[in-house]
Design a protein around this ligand. Structure first.
Ligand SMILES: Nc1nc2c(c(=O)[nH]1)N[C@H]1C(S)=C(S)[C@@H](COP(=O)(O)OP(=O)(O)OC[C@H]3O[C@@H](n4cnc5c(N)ncnc54)[C@H](O)[C@@H]3O)O[C@H]1N2
Ligand code: MOO
Length: 428
């Protein structure tokens, strides 16, 4: 860094539009390695993305089974009265063969005996004969039952060889359930990127520090971003803190980049005399992809890439130190990138339409306003309440936020009004 008198008085970096920044991130995502691994189908795969199409190993159901509790009959056998000759319960099959005029009591999920062509619900029958000790001997149908009624045919839900989990699908409870239903033992999933979070700043002390000297602050960005990645199903490594010193940052980043795919730093990216991050990134051979974005919060948001002596491309997201800026930029840039590398088909936050609960004054940059939603039965759209003072340093503006309102910059109008509809990104 040159002495203050000689430093640049304007940023060298053009503030690019958000759309352009997103395009650049998409390209970086495409170039970053997507590695796969085979994992046992255990809780460990929850939240991972399937890397292959998984096919069913057998028909579902495997045999004809009943969808109702009742009686397996031969439909259209010319008799509405049936002799009860046995029982087929789920887990205990009746392996005899039905003759016309006979039926077998059956439960939902029970195997339908050979030659039976329909199941009549117990509600549609009357018991017409029984033994002295109350065993059913004969029933009568109250209505006509046609062939196929209440029977699940083999393969009627899934045929052997059908795709049961598509590549790119996130493994949740439903996918986990179907893999278990077919007895699948292992599947290929995308490996998640190794993410490391580092806080930079001479003023930072441990978040656990009880007696913080004046002029110093607790490092909240580090733990906040580690938690943010956890919320999105990623495990991030705590790279802890480093001072603003050029050499110290260089040493720290050089070490971490060897073992990480994505490094997220906070602080030191703006115009301050200790804002060294961009220079360090250049010094260690990384290419700055953008050094400012026309957005609020997050103007000095910086992204650099490089191979760093390895085959695979690495990305550093050097985010502003202000807590709201770091949080918003992590949502908008780091999470989609991590999702891309982890194989997600959908990498971006869902856009929804919301109705504003208050006026919002427009600023000189497009803004991502933190808000929370209220759902009212009589309203078509959720109501968005802004989370207080939106200054980038206000960590309280993040608390309770579950959307980012996409608010344009001031052009022909000064504000958007209460009750207007705006687009928002759904978080978490
Ligand atoms: N002359 C200019 N000054 C600033 C500009 C500008 O364009 N020209 N941009 C402003 C904007 S916008 C932002 S955002 C900030 C970002 O600055 P830096 O990324 O360089 O961040 P720092 O200066 O290091 O810190 C900013 C702020 O955040 C606090 N901080 C930093 N790290 C942490 C942490 N780990 N946990 C909690 N809080 C943290 C730090 O103490 C500062 O208060 O620059 C504006 N300035
Ligand atoms: O862009 Mo900064 O995050 O406005 O304060």
């Amino acid at each position: 860094m040159p002495p203050p008198a000689l430093r640049d008085r304007q940023s060298k970096y053009l503030a690019i539009p958000m759309k352009e920044a997103e395009e650049i991130m998409k390209n970086i995502g495409k170039q970053m390695a997507k590695n796969t691994e085979s994992l046992a189908v255990s809780q460990e795969i929850l939240g991972k993305i399937a890397a292959n199409f998984v096919k069913s190993t057998e028909n579902m159901p495997r045999t004809r089974v009943s969808t109702k509790d009742g009686y397996a009959i031969i439909a259209n056998d010319g008799s509405s009265t049936k002799t009860v000759i046995g029982v087929s319960l789920a887990g205990a099959i009746y392996d005899g063969v039905l003759q016309p005029g006979q039926c077998v009591r059956i439960s939902t999920g029970g195997v339908v005996p050979e030659s039976s062509t329909a199941v009549v619900m117990v509600e549609h029958t009357i018991c017409t004969k029984k033994t002295d000790d109350e065993e059913e001997l004969e029933i009568q149908l109250k209505e006509h039952i046609s062939t196929g009624t209440n029977i699940r045919e083999p393969g009627s839900e899934t045929r052997q060889g059908d795709v049961i989990v598509r590549s790119g699908t996130k493994i949740g409870s439903a996918e986990f359930g179907i893999l278990k239903a077919f007895g699948i033992k292992n599947i290929f999933v995308f490996k998640k990127p190794v993410i490391t979070v580092v806080s930079t700043g001479n003023e930072l002390v441990s978040p656990d520090c009880e007696d913080v000297p004046i002029g110093m602050i607790r490092d909240s960005n580090g733990p906040q971003l580690l938690a943010l990645f956890t919320e999105y199903g990623f495990h991030a490594i705590d790279g802890e803190r480093v001072s603003d010193d050029f050499e110290s940052i260089k040493e720290k980043l050089s070490k971490i980049l060897k073992t990480s795919d994505i490094v997220v730093t906070t602080g030191g990216v703006s115009m301050g005399e200790k804002d060294n991050i961009k220079e360090v990134l250049i010094d260690i051979g990384m290419q700055i992809q953008f050094g400012r974005v026309m957005m609020k919060p997050g103007l000095p948001c910086t992204v650099a890439t490089g191979r760093f002596g390895t085959d695979s491309l690495k990305t550093v997201l050097a985010l502003p130190g202000n807590p709201a800026s770091a949080w918003v930029c992590s949502h908008l840039f780091a999470v989609p990138l991590a999702r891309t590398i982890a194989g997600y088909a959908k990498t971006h936050h869902t856009r929804i339409t919301v109705r504003l609960a208050h006026d919002i004054k427009l600023g000189d940059r497009p803004e991502y306003v933190r808000a929370f939603l209220e759902e009212l039965e009589e309203e078509d759209f959720p109501i968005a309440h802004v989370t207080g003072n939106q200054i980038s340093s206000n960590i309280g503006s993040l608390v309770g936020a579950n959307v980012l309102l996409i608010v344009p910059m001031k052009e022909d109008k000064e504000s958007i009004r209460k009750n207007e509809l705006v687009k928002a990104l759904l978080l978490r």
